[in-house]
Ligand binder design. Structure first.
Ligand code: ADP
Ligand code: MG
Ligand code: MG
Length: 255
């Protein structure tokens, strides 16, 4: 049993008009075996939360803690966080010209395991993971994400998720920009990951539609840099019907 614990997290970024506080006291605990959905309007700080946990240098932690089984994640490098069992699928996956998907995956796997995967089984594993998300095997030789469609980038994120098989996965809008077939394929990948039973997922999303395929154990409404409400899967259905308006107004009045 593993626990990812976020306590009173405050995060700022430097903008042209000065320092701006984006996260304003986030509390969240994810245990292995649990799927949590974070849902909130655009600009509420969801990606900032994902990047802050993963260790993006643009985001300054001014208060609070993030721990993995009691270990301080915030004092770790990005690589150490990955080796500790954390994975982030970014909302906008970066293109890496000149680095093939095959090399990228192998390098990531080697860095996380501390040793290179056995070549014979590895090639088979990569091909199988790509086949499961219906990616043509020729993608293995293409530069990472370069010229990939939105859907291809997200499928590639799922290939990484399956091959690296972390303890905790943060999936930032893995559903955005997907057509219905890609959404199903990507959701099935996430479900295969959680079906192992002891993995934790933080699924960040703007829309409720992915939650028809992936059933969260907990739903957190995220507004203005903090969790405004928490509930079970039924909370997502209420959001679908009512929208975020009520929470946004309440946050404004409190500010
Ligand atoms: P969400 O993912 O919920 O749409 P973000 O975390 O992307 O929200 O952004 C939250 C707020 O923080 C927005 O107002 C955004 O403009 C601002 N922000 C996020 N990252 C940066 C950055 N690197 N520089 C300046 N502003 C940022
Ligand atoms: Mg579960
Ligand atoms: Mg975002």
């Amino acid at each position: 049993m593993s626990t990812l614990e976020i306590r009173d997290l405050h995060v700022t970024v430097e903008t042209e008009s000065g320092t701006k506080e984006i996260l304003r006291g986030v509390d969240l605990t994810i245990r292995s075996g649990e799927t949590h959905a974070i849902m909130g309007p655009n600009g509420s700080g969801k990606s900032t939360l994902a990047y802050s946990i993963a260790g993006h240098p643009k985001y300054t932690i001014t208060q609070g803690s993030v721990t993995l089984d009691g270990q301080d994640l915030l004092s770790m490098t990005v690589d150490q966080r990955a080796r500790a069992g954390l994975f982030l699928a970014m909302q906008y996956p970066v293109e890496v010209p000149g680095v093939s998907v095959a090399n990228f995956l192998r390098t990531a796997k080697t860095a996380i395991d501390g040793q290179a995967p056995k070549l014979r089984t590895w090639v088979k594993d990569v091909n199988a993971a790509m086949a499961r998300v219906q990616m043509d095997p020729e993608f293995a030789q293409r530069s990472v994400n370069e010229g990939f469609s939105g859907g291809e980038k997200k499928r590639h994120e799922i290939v990484q998720l399956e091959l690296l098989n972390p303890q905790f996965a943060i999936l930032d809008e893995t559903d955005s920009g997907l057509d219905i077939d890609a959404l199903r394929v990507v959701s099935e990948g996430v479900n295969r990951f959680t079906d192992q039973g002891d993995r934790g997922v933080l699924l960040i999303t703007h829309y409720t539609r992915i939650l028809r395929y992936i059933k969260p154990d907990f739903v957190h409404v995220f507004v203005a840099g903090r969790v405004a409400e928490e509930g079970g899967a039924e909370l997502a259905e209420r959001l679908e019907a009512e929208g975020y308006d009520r929470y946004v107004r309440a946050a404004r009045e409190a500010a």
